[in-house]
Design a protein. Sequence first.
Length: 102
Amino acid sequence: MEDEGSPILDGVAPAFEVAPSRSRPGVARPHDDREWVGALVLLTRGEVDLECAAGGRRRFGAGAVLWLTGLGLRALHNPGTGPAVLLAVTRSGPLPGTRAEQ
């Protein structure tokens, strides 16, 4: 995947990891909670529909900040005409002040 870049994340402290994910237009991607554990997800380009296990959908556009675990999601859909780009931001190590850090 090409580097999407994001001015929001330029110079982010090394305590965080950023994992970009790109979805082509019209593509449905099965949801797996394990892929998003502990991640704050920024939708930096395009739109996504989050489909719940019961079949309902909710649409989010660029600029949305999402949490994608524990919601009972079935799939993520890109309903747009261009790519949807999600950036998953997670901590790269133990939380500051925790025993694991000391």
